[in-house]
Design a protein around this ligand. Structure first.
Ligand SMILES: *Cc1c(COP(=O)(O)O)cnc(C)c1O
Length: 387
């Protein structure tokens, strides 16, 4: 079916006057002041007051006991999977509808992603469909879950809160409990998103955030590991700082570890950005309402609002083509780009990328159909104020 492309693009331009990139970082005055402070006091690497402050503020904001700041979201995920003892011979259930970094982090450890399908409401993993799949392909031996087809251990389930919309964490926790595997939350896109009143990143055994330049707030590059367990947090700190044995002058290390802790310079930027976060989230909600209203009357396409009982940070707004309108995706993207709008397609399902083409998978038809229907549109907070 044919969409009125001109109307779609003019409606987009009303909400996000071009040129409008997909998501643009903005800074206040505090970031520069704090970075200058950091340069003056000389603590530029991961020892430093801003790292501790940023971690404390993040943990408080997310309602978790601990946050450990890292150099990127990808490194946070890598450290998480490594810490869980997952590696060669293991599979991690993971979405095909995600940014490639989620899956790369699994591959770094030698483990293999086992792709699972999305639901078309939240775009997150479809817990019911995964449970059915596991009943078919898995078996439990000596307290461990195995894939009967590959012989590998199924070591964890990694969910991702897609474009900031919380996944159905009750249902996903239920599947993990039923099959006896831990949950990892890739909450890289979801700072400021809440599921049934609690910030996301609370349910995972360990969870990850990202502060890359296009995320809700940025530290240039950065990420964080979130958790509630004191011992796990301690281990996350050690594993991201080369596992040095504390001693006043001896230098000893007791396991293979990473140099993944966030430098103080980046954390200084993060502390400044934390001051802006509530305002950004408020603007992003207003922008989402404007998209929803503007597209309520346009046939064949609609704005996707937050799932029931959830508050989404609306990191990147999604327009979803109605079933039957898939052929309009490329024409809309082309027309939007022609007028200077940074509209974007969803990620090509990671299961289709050549390096992951041999990974085990379930039926991914919903993911594939969502890819054909999703259009991401400019979502910088300041667009809400017509800037
Ligand atoms: C951004 C992102 C990451 C990775 O974060 P970086 O900080 O860029 O390494 C991981 N997973 C998802 C879903 C992301 O969107």
């Amino acid at each position: 079916m044919k969409l009125d492309i001109e109307r779609v693009v003019s409606t987009l331009c009303e909400v996000a006057p071009p040129p409008a990139p997909l998501h643009e970082p903005r800074f206040g005055n505090a970031e520069a002041e704090m970075v200058v402070n950091c340069l003056e006091d000389g603590w530029v690497s991961y020892y430093g007051a801003y790292v501790n402050r940023f971690e404390e503020e993040l943990a408080a904001f997310c309602g978790v006991n601990h946050a450990v700041a890292t150099v990127s979201g990808t490194s946070a995920l890598h450290a998480i999977i490594h810490m869980m003892g997952i590696g060669h011979g293991d599979e991690v259930l993971a979405p095909a509808l995600t940014f490639v970094a989620s899956i790369n982090a699994i591959a770094y450890t030698g483990a293999v992603a086992h792709f699972v399908d999305a639901e078309d409401t939240t775009f997150g993993i479809d817990a019911g469909k995964v449970a059915e799949h596991l009943h078919r392909v898995s078996e439990r031996r000596d307290g461990t879950l195995y894939n009967k087809e590959t012989g590998r251990r199924i070591a964890a389930l990694m969910c991702m809160h897609v474009f900031g919309h919380p996944s159905d964490l009750d249902a996903l926790t239920g599947v993990c409990e039923e099959f006896g595997i831990p949950l990892i939350e890739d909450a890289a896109e979801a700072l400021g998103s809440f599921y049934k009143g609690a910030h996301v990143g609370n349910r995972g055994y360990l969870s990850a955030l990202s502060f890359n330049g296009n995320k809700v707030i940025t530290t240039g590059g950065g990420g964080a590991i979130l958790c509630n367990d004191d011992a796990l947090a301690e281990r996350a700190r050690r594993i991201t700082t080369t596992a040095r044995v504390p001693h006043p002058y001896e230098f000893s290390f007791d396991e293979v570890a990473f140099n993944y802790r966030m430098p103080n310079i980046n954390a200084a930027v993060g502390c400044g950005q934390m001051l802006l976060l509530p305002g950004y989230l408020e603007k992003k909600r207003r922008l989402a309402v404007r998209y929803a209203e503007a597209f309520s009357e346009v046939e064949g396409i609609r704005h996707v609002s937050e799932p029931a009982d959830c508050v989404s940070n609306y990191w990147i707004n999604v327009l979803l083509l109605d079933p039957g309108y898939e052929d309009n995706r490329v024409p809309v993207l082309e027309a939007a780009h022609a007028v200077g709008l940074g509209a974007r397609a969803a990620w090509i399902p990671v299961s289709q990328l050549k390096m992951y083409a041999d990974c085990p998978r379930m039926d991914l038809s919903v993911t594939e159909n969502l890819y054909d229907r999703i259009i991401n549109v400019p979502s910088s907070p300041h667009l809400a104020d017509g800037e």
